[in-house]
Design a protein around this ligand. Structure first.
Ligand code: PMP
Length: 462
C-alpha cells in the first residue's frame, strides 16, 4: 500500500485533471486530491476512511449504486472468456448482439441499429457525422448545420463541445466549430416575460427556432440536438408543451431530432427515457452513463429507421460505412451493460425513480421553497436542482464573487454529502443513484438544508 501523501503528490505532479483550476491545484490552494478508495450503495469512501453520500451518482451515472458484485462478476467472466475483439467487418460477440437487441427494442423513436463508442462526447460526434452522411447520401449536401440550445451540454470534443451551449466550454479552445448554431434555452424561470404562461413561453421558443431555421435557410439545417431535460446547464425540465411545439417546427423543415439521453436514459427521470416522458420521437438517440452505470465506458448512437434506410440503400454506391473505433462494441462493456440492465429490470429501478423521485421533490420543496435565497426548486424523477438568488422578488443574482453555489456545495461536502454546484449560476444539483431509499432522501435533503443555512448565516454576517 502506498501512503496517501505519496498518492496525492504523484497525482499532483502528473495528472491533468478535467474541470480543475490548474494553478490552485498545483500550488495546493485547493488542497489535496480526494483519493476515492471504495463505494457501496449510495456511498463512497476516501483513502482516509471518510464516508460521503454521493448525491450526484458520480457524474449522474452510477444509477445502480456502487459495489454491485453482479456487474463485477459479469465483467470478470467476460475478461476470462474473451477480453477483446473488434466489431469491424461484421464481427460480433454474443454479449453485444444481446445488448443491441435489447437497446433497439427499448429505445424511443423507431430505432434500427446501434453504433457503439465509449463516451457521450464521441457518441454525439458520431451523431453529427451521421447527419452529414445521411444528407450527403440523399443528395442534400448543404443540409449540414446542427442547432443546439444555449445551456445544453453534449460533451467536450470538437463537435460535441461546439454543440454544448455554454461559452466557458468554448473560450480559449477555438470553439464553436462553424455550422453549429444555438437557440434559446427553455427555462421558464429566467426566460419568460412577466405573466407569460409555460405554454406560451414554449410557443415563443419554438417560434425562435423556426426563425433561426428560416434565416439560415431550411436547406442548410440538418438536425436539432437536445437533452429532454437540460442537465449540466442547470437541471431544468422543459416547460409545458415545449417538445410538441419544437417537433412541429422540426417536421415542417425536415430537420432530424437527436435526443441526447446521456443523463435521462435508463430511468433517471422516472421514465425509461426522457423522450418517452415528453412524447419525443427522435431520429437519433445518444446513450451513455446509465447504460453501464459507469462500471465500464460505453456509449451508443442509436440510429432510427429513417436515417438507416438511406444508409443501407446507398451502400452499393458508396461502399462500407467508414466510421468506427478500435473499441466499438467492446465485449466487456457489453457484458457490463447487460448485467446493469438486468439489475435495472429486476429491481424495477425506473419505477423506483418515479416514486422515490416524487418523495424527493416533495421533501426538497418543503425544505427549500420558502428560504429567502431560493429562487426556484425544480426537477423530475431523481434529478433535482435548487437555484439561489440574492432577491426572490426581482430575481437578482448573487455577485458571482460570493460563489454561493460552490460554498453550499463545499459546506455539504464537509458534512459528508456530495451535491454538485452546477457550472452555470448558483445552482445546486442532485442526482442520487436510483437505488436511494426514502430514508436516505431525508438524510440528503436535511444535510443540504443545514449546509445552505450555514452559508446563509455567513452571508448575513457580512
Ligand atoms: N451529453 C450529455 C447530456 C451529458 O450530460 C454528457 C456528460 N455529462 C455528455 C453528453 C458527454 O458525455 P461524456 O462525458 O461521457 O463524454
Amino acid at each position: 500500500m502506498i501512503d496517501v501523501n505519496t498518492i496525492a503528490e504523484r497525482d499532483r505532479s502528473t495528472v491533468l485533471h478535467p474541470f480543475t483550476q490548474l494553478k490552485d491545484f498545483a500550488t495546493g490552494k485547493i488542497g489535496d486530491p480526494t483519493i476515492v478508495a471504495g463505494g457501496k450503495g449510495i456511498r463512497i469512501e476516501d483513502a482516509q476512511g471518510r464516508s460521503y453520500i454521493d448525491g450526484f451518482a458520480g457524474l449522474y451515472c452510477v444509477n445502480i449504486g456502487y459495489g454491485r458484485t453482479e456487474v463485477a462478476e459479469a465483467i470478470a467472466r467476460q475478461a476470462y472468456k474473451l477480453a477483446y475483439y473488434h466489431t469491424y467487418a461484421a464481427h460480433t460477440t454474443e454479449e453485444l448482439a444481446t445488448l443491441s437487441d435489447r437497446l433497439v427494442r427499448m429505445a424511443p423513436g423507431k430505432a434500427s441499429k446501434v453504433f457503439y463508442g465509449l463516451s457521450g462526447s464521441d457518441a454525439n460526434e458520431t451523431q453529427a457525422k451521421l447527419v452529414w452522411y445521411y444528407n450527403n447520401l440523399r443528395g442534400q449536401p448543404k443540409k449540414k448545420k446542427i442547432i443546439s440550445r444555449e445551456r445544453g451540454y453534449h460533451g467536450c470534443s470538437v463537435i460535441s463541445g461546439s454543440m454544448t451551449g455554454m461559452s466557458f466550454y468554448h473560450d480559449y479552445m477555438g470553439l464553436p466549430f462553424p455550422g453549429i448554431l444555438h437557440t434559446g434555452t427553455p427555462h421558464h424561470y429566467w426566460g419568460a416575460e412577466p405573466g407569460e404562461t409555460q405554454e406560451s413561453f414554449s410557443r415563443r421558443r419554438a417560434a425562435e427556432l423556426e426563425e433561426l431555421i428560416v434565416r439560415e435557410g431550411p436547406e442548410t439545417i440538418g438536425a436539432f440536438i437536445a437533452e429532454p431535460v437540460l442537465g449540466t446547464g442547470g437541471i431544468t425540465p422543459p416547460p409545458a408543451g415545449y417538445w410538441s411545439e419544437i417537433q412541429t417546427v422540426l417536421r415542417r423543415y425536415d430537420v432530424l431530432l437527436i435526443a441526447d439521453e446521456v443523463i435521462c436514459g435508463f430511468g433517471r427521470t422516472g421514465a425509461d427515457f426522457g423522450s418517452t416522458l415528453y412524447g419525443m420521437e427522435p431520429d437519433l438517440v445518444t446513450v451513455a452513463k446509465g447504460l453501464t452505470s459507469g462500471y465500464f465506458p460505453l456509449s451508443g448512437a442509436i440510429v432510427g429507421e429513417r436515417v438507416y434506410a438511406v444508409m443501407e440503400e446507398a451502400a452499393d454506391r458508396v461502399g462500407a460505412f467508414s466510421h468506427g473505433y478500435t473499441y466499438s462494441g467492446h465485449p466487456i462493456a457489453a457484458a457490463a451493460a447487460n448485467a446493469v440492465l438486468d439489475i435495472v429490470e429486476k429491481e424495477r429501478l425506473i419505477g423506483r425513480a418515479r416514486t422515490v423521485g416524487s418523495y424527493f421533490h416533495l421533501r426538497l420543496r418543503e425544505r427549500f421553497a420558502q428560504l429567502e435565497i431560493v429562487g426556484e426548486v425544480r426537477g423530475v424523477g431523481l434529478l433535482g436542482a435548487i437555484e439561489f438568488v440574492a432577491d426572490r422578488q426581482t430575481k437578482r443574482r448573487f455577485d458571482p464573487e460570493l460563489k454561493v453555489g460552490a460554498r453550499i456545495s463545499k459546506a455539504a461536502r464537509d458534512r459528508g454529502l456530495i451535491i454538485r454546484a452546477m457550472p452555470h449560476g448558483d445552482i445546486l444539483g442532485f442526482a442520487p443513484p436510483l437505488v436511494v431509499t426514502e430514508t436516505e432522501i431525508d438524510e440528503i435533503v436535511d444535510m443540504a438544508y443545514r449546509a445552505t443555512k450555514q452559508v446563509m448565516d455567513e452571508l448575513a454576517k457580512k
